[in-house]
Design a protein around this ligand. Structure first.
Ligand SMILES: Cc1cc2nc3c(=O)[nH]c(=O)nc-3n(C[C@H](O)[C@H](O)[C@H](O)COP(=O)(O)O)c2cc1C
Length: 167
């Protein structure tokens, strides 16, 4: 069994429903499927990062809004303390080549000393893009594993076995 199956874990993820590239209008975002698979497989707690002001439901408006939120993306609820977790999974859609800007707001003030980070992106062509490098810049004291994975948005719903193997 994978050594990560039984570690005390937290999933921090961002995911947006409504209209998106390739999937049309959906009730559940692509990344949320992955967060839930990891929760089901590892027993992790999950924390959904939510924007203070929701993005537009229309994809074309949302992409413009996301550009403006880089470096300034207020969120609804903050995580204050990750001390009880050994492994932190960070999951985000690729937004303009990096993480969703709200992810930065959620993680930038946390103390990652001694924590292991595993990263998942979902995307429609960019793969991991700059997400891993950008998370490394923020989480300086963390042990970021070299096994990050990128899952195509349209494949997330069927990615349970892929996630099981990866864990
Ligand atoms: C604001 C915005 C920007 C995006 N930028 C990219 C990108 O740069 N590269 C890419 O491959 N996909 C991009 N996408 C597609 C998303 O990464 C992809 O659909 C993802 O699976 C969405 O995850 P979610 O449904 O959990 O929110 C973008 C989507 C949005 C809404």
């Amino acid at each position: 069994m994978s050594e990560y199956k039984n570690k005390k874990s937290l999933v921090i993820y961002f995911s947006r429903a409504d209209e998106n590239y390739a999937v049309g209008y959906v009730d559940k975002g692509n990344t949320e499927y992955i967060a839930e698979y990891v929760r089901d497989i590892t027993g992790a707690q999950i924390f959904k990062v939510e924007p203070l002001i929701p993005y537009s439901k229309e994809y074309n408006k949302c992409i413009e809004e996301a550009k403006l939120r880089v470096g300034n993306a207020p969120i609804k609820n903050k995580i204050n303390d990750i001390s009880q977790y050994e492994v932190i999974y960070i999951m985000t859609p690729v937004y303009w080549g990096s993480y969703a800007p709200e992810i930065e707001t959620a993680i930038k003030d946390l103390d990652f000393t001694g924590k292991t980070i595993r990263i998942v992106t979902t995307h429609e062509g960019s793969g991991l893009a700059n997400v891993v490098d950008d998370i490394k810049k923020i989480c300086k004291n963390a042990n970021i594993l070299n096994d990050s994975i990128a899952i195509k948005g349209t494949e997330c719903i069927n990615a349970r076995s892929k996630i099981e193997e990866w864990i």
